[in-house]
Ligand binder design. Structure first.
Ligand code: FAD
Length: 350
């Protein structure tokens, strides 16, 4: 294990922000992590964990230790006639796990194809796409307590998953390093194609779903056509979370903006809303608010808002994290002033 000093992180975050870490180390095994967490010289130093760097913004240099997750391995723990229990180490690339599953004809994570990043970061925000979320198939999360170096297994309930949210993003932020994730995948068809964009794509292209790989391929093609590739134009996907409004709020908005897009959402909301109490179960795309404020396609210096996806902030080259943050703040202020709504960043600010 080699600890490096003053390490440049530009190749380790999809925003391509050129921030430096005071110290940097790659963890290849759980023993590496225990050693890092118990080394006296690093006990009281700030630490941040990094997977694929696809959901972080380094707002400045990091005066602490960056630990890159390189824990590898996928294994089938057990199976019966219906299900397969798969344990995957946190440093594996998420889409490689999807490929592992669909190549074996397993169902459960095909809608989450091509989400960038590692398996270890997936529980952080309960990754979700095309009508599915990690929590739908998660059995447990293994993690190491950074203060004691001890292992803990979190059940699904203990993870407190919500929409792009979990206990690891809140009460336990930075306190546990996720080492492995165990999923329950299905041998029996559980196809989930109700998500409008996916359904329309399948109909338009006359695709008949025969196995989970067909869905994975369709989702991958849709994603490639819709989202800017960070290799070509650096970004971290959706910068903001979508917005949930109460039915009464939606009615008010509809009067002024009859064309407002909205979706009834039952999944991923924590705590579970109660429609009978008029609680919000309606999702309005955050990108719509940004577009209404005139920010879509706008550029300020090295940063800007993508011209096709208003939710995606981009680095046109040479941007600092501070520039991206300033742009995000300007957008949040504009949405607050026009709609009285507070946008929340989905990206982790470091
Ligand atoms: C083009 C693009 C499209 C995207 N589309 C989606 C999408 O459809 N749905 C979706 O949910 N997300 C999406 N994302 C966001 C991102 O892919 C996910 O959040 C992903 O899970 C991040 O993984 P990562 O390894 O890159 O995490 P990183 O960016 O490295 O880290 C993210 C956060 O998790 C923490 N973390 C990382 N590893 C660990 C660990 N082992 N233990 C504890 N904490 C850890 C980090 O400290 C940080 O706070 C997209 C991003 C991009 C760039």
């Amino acid at each position: 294990m080699q600890i490096q000093e003053n390490y440049n992180l530009s190749k380790l975050n999809t925003f391509s922000i050129s921030a430096n870490a005071e110290f940097f180390v790659e963890a290849h095994t759980e023993a590496d992590l225990v050693e890092i967490f118990t080394l006296p010289q690093f006990r009281n130093i700030k630490k941040v964990f990094l997977g694929g760097g696809s959901n972080v913004l380094f707002t400045k240099d990091f005066d602490g230790l960056v630990i890159l997750n390189k824990l590898k391995g996928i294994e089938i723990l057990k199976e019966d006639s219906k299900n397969v229990i798969v344990r995957c180490m946190g440093g594996e690339i998420w889409h490689d796990l999807v490929t592992f599953a669909v190549d074996r004809g397993l169902w459960g994570i095909e809608n989450l194809s091509l989400i960038p990043g590692t398996v270890g970061a997936a529980p952080m925000q309960n990754i979700g796409a095309y009508g599915a979320e990690l929590k739908d198939v998660l059995e447990n999360v293994e993690a190491i307590d950074i203060n004691t170096g001890k292992n803990k297994i979190f059940s699904k309930e203990e993870c407190k998953f919500g929409y792009r949210d979990s206990i690891f993003k809140n009460d336990l932020k930075g306190k546990y390093f996720i080492t492995a994730v165990t999923l329950k995948l299905s041998k029996v068809e559980t196809k989930n194609i109700t998500y409008k964009i996916l359904q329309e794509y399948l109909e338009r292209n006359k695709i008949e779903i025969k196995n989970s790989k067909d869905i994975s391929d369709a989702v991958s093609r849709i994603r490639k056509s819709k989202l800017p590739d960070p290799i070509i134009i650096p970004n971290a996907g959706s910068f903001f979370k979508n917005v949930f409004v109460k039915p009464a709020e939606l009615e008010k908005l509809k009067k002024k903006y009859p064309e407002i897009p909205f979706f009834w959402e039952e999944k991923g909301i924590s705590p579970q809303p109660s429609p009978s109490k008029g609680e919000g179960v309606i999702k309005v795309p955050a990108g719509w608010f940004i577009e209404q404020c005139g920010w879509k396609g706008k550029r300020i210096g090295n940063v800007g808002v993508h011209d096709k996806q208003a939710l995606v902030l981009v680095n046109f080259g040479g941007a600092t994290g501070e520039e991206v943050l300033n742009l995000a703040n300007k957008i949040m202020t504009a949405v607050k002033e026009k709609f009285g709504l507070g946008l929340l960043p989905e990206v982790n600010l470091i």
